[in-house]
Design a protein around this ligand. Structure first.
Ligand SMILES: [Zn+2]
Length: 178
């Protein structure tokens, strides 16, 4: 790898490996518009927000989380459950538009042994790609696969603005078919 490529990769590795901001709760900091985490926010609804993952498994890895600091799914109010569902569908529409992934992993990590490093509950939406390379490929210097985080944020936030408030894509397709 030539030097210039190494520098670019190192900058992206900083992002992947996580210069974790020194805030008590990173998701509450995003809700509060803390300057240290502002670049991660891509969508803000009334009850749920969406941010880029600081440690992306893949390009486009998003996290949907409640505005309130909750640590257990069972604390969600009925209106928040609906908002969560709408938000996750919107994430899928946005990622379909921006990255056209081949599939998704969607889910919760509850508790540290399950992989949750942030107590504030958050649902992962991870796009999956055919022939994808993982973080180990990047660290091994095989290939840089991670998009510049600033560019990711701009592209994804733009798609959220375009699609928020629209009928989710699959529902629209069903409606046309009937
Ligand atoms: Zn929090």
């Amino acid at each position: 790898m030539v030097l210039a490529e190494s520098i670019v990769a190192a900058g992206k590795l900083d992002y992947i490996q996580g210069r974790r901001p020194a805030v008590p709760c990173i998701l509450c900091a995003i809700v509060g518009r803390d300057r240290r985490v502002r670049r991660l926010l891509v969508h803000e609804g009334s009850a749920f927000l969406v941010c880029l993952n600081l440690y992306p498994y893949n390009p486009g890895h998003l996290m949907a989380f409640p505005r309130r600091h909750l640590e257990d799914l069972r604390e969600l109010r009925a209106g928040e459950v609906l908002a969560l569902d709408r938000t996750v569908r919107l994430c899928l529409d946005v990622l379909d538009r921006v990255y056209r992934p081949a599939g998704y992993n969607i889910g919760w990590n509850l508790g540290r042994p399950a992989g949750a490093s942030i107590a504030h509950m958050h649902q992962h939406v991870i796009p999956r790609y055919d022939h994808e390379l993982g973080v180990m490929d990047l660290i091994g210097g095989k290939r840089v696969i991670v998009e510049d985080p600033g560019r990711s944020q701009r592209r994804i936030a733009r798609a959220f603005r375009a699609l928020a408030g629209q009928v989710p894509r699959a529902a629209a397709r069903t409606r046309r078919a009937t």
